[in-house]
Design a protein around this ligand. Structure first.
Ligand SMILES: NC(=O)c1ccc[n+]([C@@H]2O[C@H](COP(=O)([O-])OP(=O)(O)OC[C@H]3O[C@@H](n4cnc5c(N)ncnc54)[C@H](O)[C@@H]3O)[C@@H](O)[C@H]2O)c1
Ligand SMILES: O=c1ccn([C@@H]2O[C@H](COP(=O)(O)OP(=O)(O)O[C@H]3O[C@H](CO)[C@@H](O)[C@H](O)[C@H]3O)[C@@H](O)[C@H]2O)c(=O)[nH]1
Length: 465
C-alpha cells in the first residue's frame, strides 16, 4: 500500500472538522480536504475571524489557524476532493429516522448512501473508504455493495474507524486518544488498508493504542461504548432520586462506589439527564438492531437507559413546579445554560430543551442565558418540538446576554449546563434582587450547598435532599 498523502473527509461537522484539523496538524506531509454540501458551513470554516468557526471547541481555532491553507482545506468541491484522495473518510450525520420503517429508532443512512454513490461515481483509481460516522453493525456491507455495483471497476477497501471524541474536549480527546479502533477485512488488501490508516494515527499515538478488529466488531463497539457510558449516567441518576428521599448524598455515593477499581470513578456525576447528539441516537439504534434480530430482552434492557433519562428530565421540571407552590404560570424563571454540556455550543438533545418545554406548558415566563448558544438556535430547538406555535415560544421565552441583570424579580433560577462562569457569579447580589423566597434548582450540582443556603436561597441540588 502506497503512503497516504491525500485525505478527503466528507462532512465538515462536529466530527469531520476537529478530527481532520488534528490529522492535518499531526501529519504535515498529508493534504487534508474537508468537504461538505452545506456552503454556509464551509464558508464559516474558511472565515478570517477564527472566533467565527462553526464549532466551538477549546483549542480548535489555534489548530485551524496553524494548518488552514497549508495542508488543511475546506471546500464544497466534493467530487474533486474524492477524485484526488487515496483515503476518504465519511463523516456525515446519521440521525435517528423520522419516517418509515424504524421511525424513531433506526439510524437514517440516506446521507451515507449518497456519499457511497458519489464516491462510486467519481473514483477512477483504488480508494480506501473509512466509515467515521457511527453506523449500525453491518453497514460496511451495504457500502461495499453500492461501491462494487455502481463504481468504475476500481477497488474499494472499506474500513470502520469510529470516533470516540466527546464534545467540549474534542481536541484533547483526539490528541490523547485512549484508543483508536480500526476495523477491516482479514484479506491482504484489507490488512494493508488497516495498516495505512494506522500509519496516519501513529504520527502521534503509540501503536499499542491502535486496535485492529474485524469490521463488524468495530462498528458494534462504537454503539456499545456509548450505551455503556450512558448507562452509567442513567444508573447514577436513578440513585439520585432515591437520595433525595433518604438523606443520602449522591456525590458521596459516587465517590464511595467509584473508589472500587472495578467500577471506576468516571461518568458518575448525577445530572438533569444526559444530552448530546449521540447517546440517545446510538442506544435507540442498538435497541432497534437487537429487536430486528428477535432479541427482545436485550432491546428492553438498553431501552431502559433512555426511559430513565427521560424520567430524570421530567422529574427535574416537576420538582421546580412543585416547589414553586404548584403554579408557575406567569412566574419568571431564569435558565442558566442551554448547551447539552459545558464548553460546547451544541444543543442537540440537551436536557434544557425538555425542561424548558415542560415549564412552558405550565405557562412560566422563561429567560435563557447561555454563553455560547445563539438565540436563533434556542428558538429553533423549541420550535422543532412543535408543542406550541413559534410565536408563542417567542412570547413566553426570551434569550438574554445579561445573566445577572435578568435575575431581577425572578422567582427561580434553574441551572441546566455546568458552565464554569456560573460558579463565579456574585450570588449575594443575585439573591438580593430576586423575589423572595428565592429558589435555585441546580441540575448540575455546580454550586456549594452551604454557601447558597447561607445566602438565603431555597437551594435544590440533584441527588441531595
Ligand atoms: N458529535 C460528536 O461528538 C460525535 C462523536 C463521535 C461520532 N459521531 C458521529 O459522527 C457522525 C457525524 O456527526 P457530526 O456531529 O459531525 O454531524 P454534523 O451534523 O455536525 O455534521 C455532518 C455534516 O455532513 C454534511 N453532509 C451530509 N450529507 C453530505 C453529503 N452527501 N456530502 C457532503 N456533506 C454531507 C452535513 O452538511 C453536515 O455539515 C455521526 O454519525 C455521529 O453519530 C459524532
Ligand atoms: O457523569 C456524567 C457524564 C456525562 N453526563 C452527561 O452526558 C452527556 C454526554 O456527555 P459526554 O459523553 O461527555 O459528551 P458527548 O460529546 O456526547 O460524547 C459521547 O458521545 C460521543 C459521540 O458518539 C462519543 O464519541 C463520546 O465518546 C461520548 O462520551 C452530557 O449531557 C453530559 O452532561 C452526565 O450527566 N454525567
Amino acid at each position: 500500500m502506497k503512503k497516504i498523502t491525500k485525505i478527503c473527509c466528507i462532512g465538515a461537522g462536529y466530527v469531520g472538522g476537529p478530527t481532520m484539523s488534528v490529522i492535518a496538524k499531526q501529519c504535515p506531509e498529508i493534504q487534508v480536504t474537508v468537504v461538505d454540501i452545506n456552503q454556509d458551513r464551509i464558508d464559516q470554516w474558511n472565515t478570517v475571524n477564527l472566533d467565527e468557526l462553526p464549532i466551538y471547541e477549546p483549542g480548535l481555532k489555534e489548530i485551524v489557524g496553524e494548518t488552514r491553507g497549508k495542508n488543511l482545506f475546506f471546500s464544497t468541491e466534493v467530487d474533486k476532493a474524492i477524485d484526488e484522495a487515496q483515503m476518504i473518510f465519511i463523516s456525515v450525520n446519521t440521525p435517528t429516522k423520522t419516517y418509515g420503517k424504524g421511525k424513531g429508532q433506526a439510524a437514517d443512512l440516506k446521507f451515507i448512501e449518497l456519499c457511497a454513490r458519489n464516491i462510486a461515481k467519481v473514483a477512477k483509481d483504488d480508494k480506501i473508504v473509512v466509515e467515521k460516522s457511527t453506523l449500525p453493525v453491518r453497514t460496511a456491507q451495504a457500502i461495499q455493495n453500492i461501491l462494487d455495483n455502481t463504481g468504475n471497476s476500481v477497488k474499494f477497501e472499506i474500513l470502520s474507524n469510529p470516533e470516540f471524541l466527546a464534545e467540549g474536549t474534542a481536541i484533547e480527546d483526539l490528541i490523547h486518544a485512549d484508543r483508536v479502533l480500526i476495523g477491516g477485512n482479514d484479506t491482504p488488501s484489507g490488512q494493508a488498508a488497516k495498516d495505512a490508516l494506522s500509519a496516519v494515527y501513529e504520527h502521534w499515538l503509540p501503536k499499542e493504542r491502535i486496535l485492529q478488529t474485524n469490521v463488524w466488531s468495530s462498528e458494534l463497539s462504537k454503539l456499545v461504548a456509548n450505551a455503556f457510558l450512558a448507562q452509567r449516567v442513567s444508573s447514577i441518576n436513578t440513585i439520585s432520586a432515591l437520595c433525595e428521599k433518604t438523606d443520602a448524598n449522591i456525590q458521596e455515593i459516587s465517590r464511595a462506589i467509584g473508589f472500587d477499581s472495578r467500577i471506576g470513578s468516571k461518568f458518575l456525576n448525577a445530572s438533569v439527564g444526559f444530552g448530546g447528539s449521540c447517546f440517545q441516537k446510538d442506544i435507540l439504534n442498538l435497541v432497534y438492531i437487537a429487536r430486528s434480530y428477535g432479541l427482545n430482552e436485550v432491546a428492553d434492557y438498553w431501552e431502559q437507559v433512555i426511559i430513565a433519562n427521560d424520567y430524570q428530565k421530567s422529574r427535574f421540571a416537576e420538582n421546580i413546579i412543585t416547589n414553586l407552590y404548584n403554579t408557575i404560570s406567569g412566574k419568571k424563571i431564569v435558565m442558566y445554560g442551554w448547551a447539552f454540556k459545558k464548553d460546547t455550543n451544541d444543543t442537540r438533545e440537551s436536557a434544557a430543551i425538555a425542561v424548558a418545554d415542560a415549564l412552558l406548558e405550565e405557562r412560566a415566563e422563561i429567560i435563557v442565558y447561555d454563553p455560547k448558544v445563539s438565540e436563533e438556535r434556542i428558538y429553533a430547538d423549541l420550535d422543532y418540538l412543535n408543542t406550541r406555535s413559534p410565536e408563542e415560544n417567542r412570547r413566553l421565552l426570551k434569550v438574554t446576554k445579561e445573566p445577572i441583570e435578568v435575575t431581577k424579580d425572578a422567582h427561580a433560577i434553574a441551572i441546566l449546563t455546568e458552565w464554569d462562569e456560573f460558579k463565579t457569579y456574585d450570588w449575594e447580589t443575585i439573591y438580593k434582587q430576586m423575589l423572595k423566597p428565592a429558589f435555585v434548582f441546580d441540575g448540575r450540582r455546580l454550586l456549594e450547598t452551604d454557601t447558597m443556603k447561607g445566602i438565603g436561597f431555597n437551594y435544590y441540588k440533584i441527588g441531595q435532599s
